[in-house]
Design a protein around this ligand. Structure first.
Ligand code: ADP
Ligand code: F6P
Length: 471
């Protein structure tokens, strides 16, 4: 069996409770711990001086191969082109896109350098699976270094509509680079359609969809490749076990005691402007405004660990949220009740899962999100006899599958406040029916299915190739 090589910018720093915040780290870790293989990427270190060296570490069936970045590379490749240009563009925030040609050059340079670091570690029949927007030029870079193995790419974030992508000056180079992979994976069908729309209307290429299920054939930039939607999943039964065990633990019991029987609304996100936190806080405020019976009867816990904290856009959203939570709490709090508990901490997976299980509403309302694993984790963690209700943004990839959620538009504050009221009052029979529908989908489409479907198609995409040889 060929070895699986995962390449991603963020390589999960694994703590006792699992990887740190971020859907990529969580999903890839779950997928790789079963198959084994190698996980190659950035160590998370930024070096003030010296030449970065690869560190190899075996943990169980997985070899972690990580390398630091020098300051200039971090600034241009990670903070610059990846997170100040691509991230806002791919999340439909054209107003936040910043572009500097030198950052794009740095982005390509780092991709080429990372590819050169990986080449000596490769074997002839390795299957290489590259993840996310930081590494769009990675297949081009590996091919330039003589690598002939099969190379697939999975985009964890949305693929934007052409009119938004066109705002990124090197849009054509990016799509051409994507066409160097053998297989492209997107989170949802709308993402795949957006990609095909660009290929057909902006690159004079072709996109041929299969009559039934299966991947599409893309012809563009002189290449033929395959593309399909592979919605990333979770392991719902494992999360349910964690939630049950965590509910008996001290942190969750203590927290529950502080509720004094009030209902609980739970949200967990990286502190990112794509997550719709300001609108979410305002919709909770609207609920308290319009339904006085809710005051002192419901608590909203928002866990939001800071992310990319050295970037202006993230400093701005943090300040804004501190202002909003302070304002809303100042307006409604009483001596024995704080309406919003706003927490900037990482928690173990078990604690998060248990908090989901103890809550009455999972409040997941990103303005845009590739998938949103939190929505799937929330449903997985529920008690089947007394499940909570998921309030979910229509702009999360997860909304394509989780039809049993109350689907909201995250900029419609009144609509979200109404959905919260509906969720908090929903009879148990309806909650159970919605839960059964969603948990069934999650079990069918768990993270192994995501991995296996992608790798099956990647292997097929290489069937017509001559025997692969790494240089
Ligand atoms: P993104 O990839 O944009 O961060 P997702 O919802 O897809 O969004 O994935 C986030 C992942 O990070 C989830 O698995 C979630 O449980 C985890 N996570 C988020 N916040 C925390 C936190 N405070 N502590 C631990 N894990 C977290
Ligand atoms: O899943 C989306 C994602 O952007 C990953 O690519 C990334 O690792 C994660 O969220 C967290 O962001 P960062 O790696 O910048 O901390």
């Amino acid at each position: 069996m060929s070895r699986l090589i995962i390449v991603s910018n963020r390589v999960a720093p694994i703590s006792e409770g699992g990887p740190a915040a971020g859907g990529l780290a969580v999903g890839v870790y779950d997928a790789l711990k079963e198959t084994g293989g190698m996980w190659f990427g950035w160590s998370g270190d930024v070096l003030a001086s010296g030449q970065p060296q690869i560190q190899l570490e075996e943990r169980g069936p997985v070899t972690f191969a990580t390398i630091g970045l020098v300051r200039r590379d971090y600034d241009q490749y990670y903070r610059g082109f990846s997170n100040a240009t691509l991230w806002p563009a791919f999340h439909y925030r054209a107003d936040l896109i910043q572009y500097d040609r030198h950052d794009f050059e740095g982005y390509r340079r780092v991709n080429a350098w990372l590819a050169q670091q990986l080449v000596p570690l490769l074997r002839d029949d390795d299957v290489i699976w590259v993840h996310d927007y930081h590494l769009i030029p990675f297949a081009q870079a590996l091919r330039a270094a003589g690598v002939k193995n099969r190379i697939g790419f999975f985009l964890h974030i949305p693929f934007p509509a052409s009119q938004v992508l066109l705002a990124v000056p090197p849009h054509r180079q990016l799509v051409e680079a994507l066409c160097s992979f053998d297989l492209l994976g997107f989170q949802t069908e709308p993402d795949l359609r957006a990609f095909c729309d660009y290929v057909v209307h902006e690159a004079a290429g072709e996109c041929e969809h299969p009559a039934k299920n299966g991947s599409s054939t893309i012809r563009a930039f002189g290449r033929t490749l395959r593309a399909a939607a592979y919605p990333i999943g979770v392991y719902p039964d494992e999360i349910a076990q964690l939630a049950k065990a965590g509910a008996r633990g001290k942190p969750v019991r203590t927290m529950k005691a502080t509720l004094h029987g009030r209902k609980l609304i739970m949200s967990v996100d990286r502190l990112d402007y794509s997550k719709g936190l300001v609108e979410r806080f305002r919709a909770f405020e609207r609920l308290l405004d319009q339904v006085p019976a809710m005051r002192n009867n419901v608590s909203f816990v928002q866990i939001a660990p800071p992310t990319r904290a050295d970037m202006h856009a993230y400093q701005d959203i943090r300040l804004q949220l501190e202002g909003e939570s302070g304002r809303i709490n100042g307006r409604f709090a009483e001596l024995d009740w704080t309406p919003i508990r706003y927490i900037h901490r990482q928690y173990e997976r078990q604690v998060l899962a248990a908090l989901f299980r103890e809550s009455h509403v999972g409040y997941v309302t990103p303005l845009r999100d590739g998938m949103n694993l939190v929505a799937k984790e929330y449903v997985s963690a529920q008690d089947p006899d007394d499940p909570g209700v998921l309030v979910l943004s229509r702009f999360a990839g997860a909304a394509q599958e989780l039809e049993g959620a109350l689907i909201v538009n995250p900029i419609d504050i009144d609509g979200m406040a109404e959905a919260l009221a509906t969720a908090l009052a929903m009879p148990v029979a309806e909650r159970r029916a919605r839960y059964r529908d969603m948990i069934g989908r999650l079990r069918e489409n768990n993270v192994s299915v995501w991995r296996d479907n992608f790798l099956r198609d990647l292997k097929r995409s290489g069937e017509a190739r001559p025997a692969a040889r790494a240089k």
